[in-house]
Design a protein around this ligand. Structure first.
Ligand SMILES: C[S@@+](CC[C@H](N)C(=O)[O-])C[C@H]1O[C@@H](n2cnc3c(N)ncnc32)[C@H](O)[C@@H]1O
Length: 286
């Protein structure tokens, strides 16, 4: 975390310190899911390293909609253990830098990237999205995937994104926004209570982006898709249990998530979707 790390960032880092898997645990989870870990691919590891709704399909949709191609420099802000960073680098050839507040997430991410032989194109760095350790105008695209919902200082997040994006670069968000129905059911995947959740309504996020010089594109709502995904995942687990199967750690976690997240999404407490916004086209010096 940057030197100016706030109280809420300390709480968020503490939450993820207890939740993020180390390298050996990732391999153990893959083996538990029946994957041969002697010759792993990025696709294999993506079964357990993507910490967001919709898994690899939503990462691919985000990548395609953002138009990411080889030769681009991408920042994955709030990268977790680097699943999205590796998937983008592997599928497009882009160079991806991940940034995360949680030291263990950075360490696990870098070990996985080395293990998969992709570390020349993917690197995770420790720090906060509100105080980024990068030069101005460096990136073509900044991804914010399931991270903004947990950032209290949203003006600092967007001003830092605007600073590190090249003029006319793209912010590609896949994130959570506050819906009209309250209160929310906890736990959320990123919070046991309000201390580590900082959701804002979509309209507020759009106004904030404009204030930071971005031109937002129309929101692509994924809330219903999120309910379908959670319901499909839950049905598959229930079928597995009915057939006498034992639950893996991943399945146990997904049961817990579905119990609160299906009502939160289907009853209007949460909004999920893609929000793209271009940074101002002229150089900051002109
Ligand atoms: C739900 S996980 C998503 C990880 C990743 N984007 C993915 O989709 O797989 C949220 C991540 O955001 C990180 N995070 C939260 N607040 C942050 C901040 N202020 N700066 C950097 N990372 C942050 C957490 O440490 C955690 O790893």
């Amino acid at each position: 975390m940057g030197a100016r790390g706030s109280e809420s960032e300390r709480e968020v880092a503490e939450l993820w310190r207890g939740r993020v898997s180390d390298f050996d645990t990732v391999l153990a989870r893959l083996r538990e899911d029946g994957i041969d870990t002697s010759n792993l691919s990025v696709d294999d590891v993506n079964k357990v390293d993507l910490m967001h709704m919709g898994g690899a399909d939503s990462t691919d949709e985000l990548t395609e909609r953002a138009g990411i191609t080889g030769g681009m420099e991408v920042l994955d802000a709030g990268c977790g253990i680097g699943g999205t960073s590796r998937r983008i680098a592997y599928r497009t050839g882009a160079k991806v830098t991940g940034l995360d507040l949680t030291p263990r997430a950075v360490e696990t991410g870098n070990r996985l990237s080395e293990h998969l032989g992709i570390a020349d194109r993917v690197e995770s760095v420790h720090g906060s999205v509100t105080d980024m350790p990068f030069d101005d105008d460096r990136f073509d695209v900044v991804i914010v995937q399931h991270c903004a919902m947990q950032v209290e200082e949203k003006d600092r997040l967007f001003s830092e994104v605007a600073r590190v994006l090249r003029p006319g670069g793209l912010l590609a968000m896949h994130d959570w926004f506050a819906g009209r129905a309250t209160p929310l059911l906890y736990p959320l995947p990123w919070a046991d209570g309000p201390e580590t959740s900082f959701l804002e309504p979509l309209d507020d996020a759009i106004a904030r982006l404009r204030a930071h010089g971005f031109t937002p594109e129309p929101f692509i709502d994924q809330t219903e898709k999120g309910v379908e995904w959670l319901t499909r995942t839950r049905t598959a687990i229930d079928r597995h249990l009915a057939e006498g199967g034992e639950l893996t750690q991943t399945q146990q976690r997904n049961i817990g998530i579905s119990q609160t997240m299906i009502p939160n999404l289907s009853e209007g407490g949460l909004v999920l979707g893609f929000l793209f916004a271009r940074s101002a086209d002229q150089s900051r010096d002109s």
